[in-house]
Each structure stands twice: as C-alpha cells, then as structure tokens.
Design a binder for this molecule. Structure first.
Ligand code: COA
Length: 164
C-alpha cells in the first residue's frame, strides 16, 4: 500500500529548510502532498494563490509530490483522502512545544493520525520564513536561504507586483 503524507505549513515563503524536510520525507513516503495553509491571521507577505504557485514551481521536479491550498482543518483534508501521516520538521528545542501541541491536537481529532518529525539539516536550523522576509525587506541577500526563483518572487512582491 502507498504510504502517503501531508506536509502542511504556511510557506511564506518556502525556504531551503522546508526543502530539506521534503527531501528526507521523500525517502520515507511514496507520496507527499504539500498543504499550504491560508493562515489569514498570520498577515502573510504572499497570498495563498501566490504561495501555491511558487511552491508548485519549486517542487516540479520531485516525483510524487503535489501541492494544494488548505483552507480548513488539516485533519478533515486527511480524512477525505484516507491519509494517516503528517510530515513536520523540527529545527530546535524551541519548536518542540508548539509541534507537540499540534501533533497531539491532530491525533485527538483523529486517533489514526500520526505526526512524523524529521530533524532539519544543521546548516538551516536557524532559518524561518520571517527571517527571510525580514532580511529581504531590508535589502539583504537571501540567496543562501531560498532558491533563486523564490528570491525573485520576493523581490517582485516587495515592489508591489502580483506573483502568480
Ligand atoms: N525550515 C525552515 N523554516 C521552517 C521549517 C523548516 N524546516 N519548519 C518550519 N519553519 C518555520 C516557517 O518558515 C515558519 O516561519 P515564520 O513563523 O517565521 O513565518 C514557522 O517555522 C512556522 O512554520 P510553518 O511550517 O509555516 O507552520 P505554521 O506554524 O505556520 O503552520 C500549520 C501550522 C499550517 C501546519 C497549522 O496551522 C495547520 O495545520 N493549519 C490548518 C488548520 C488546522 O488544522 N489547525 C489545527 C492544527 S492543530
């Protein structure tokens, strides 16, 4: 039977840290669905459609990885597809409380759901999307943190352009 996982997140924007987790996840799962959460409360730089389009381009060469928007509960989406696994990255101890809370909530909502945590690569442990946005907003070079395509999208967005 195919082992399918969802990899949920805001991806505002996707970074090399997220890609580390995805690459490792591909070694474990037969199929990964990246679920990009709307997260209106997060006041994101990119719209949901822009994030879906950017991530879709970035992962286009991965076999068995697809991308979709997520506007409701993750558990509902998983139940619809009969999916049991959630892939999440753990960067540092500081992630642990929040990640544990989410994993336990999701398994409380559906007891069959299992969250699989993978460690980030040490060179990206400090990375977060808000750090990338912050550096870019102040004119810094984000080439070490995100693929060139994402860097270009950030530059466009900061110039007030739509990034679909
Ligand atoms: N490398 C780099 N950065 C990483 C990372 C990695 N491997 N893993 C996480 N991050 C960063 C993100 O860039 C983001 O940074 P920011 O806060 O500075 O912007 C931060 O960690 C948060 O991670 P993210 O993966 O975007 O998760 P999130 O906390 O925004 O998303 C959801 C949480 C989307 C998974 C969760 O809200 C969800 O499932 N929502 C759907 C609704 C739902 O079911 N809610 C109930 C959940 S219990």
């Amino acid at each position: 039977m195919n082992k399918v996982a969802v990899y949920p997140g805001t991806f505002d924007p996707i970074t090399y840290g997220h890609l580390d987790i995805l690459e490792m996840g591909c070694k474990i799962f037969d199929e990964i669905i990246i679920c990009i959460a709307e997260r209106a409360e997060k006041n994101t730089l990119f719209t949901l459609e822009e994030r879906v389009s950017t991530v879709s381009y970035i992962v286009k060469d991965f076999d068995n990885v697809s991308v979709e928007p997520l506007t409701g509960l993750l558990v509902k989406r998983m139940e619809m597809g009969g999916i049991k696994f959630i892939l999440r990255g753990l960067r540092a101890v500081s992630d642990f409380d929040y990640e544990l809370q989410m994993a336990l909530t999701n398994s409380e909502l559906d007891s069959e759901i299992v969250t699989v945590f993978l460690p980030g690569k040490h060179e990206h442990l400090f990375l977060s999307s808000s750090i990338v946005r912050e550096v870019a907003i102040h004119g810094g070079d984000v080439s070490k943190f995100v693929p060139e395509y994402v860097k270009h999208k950030i530059e466009l967005k900061l110039r007030g352009k739509t990034c679909l």
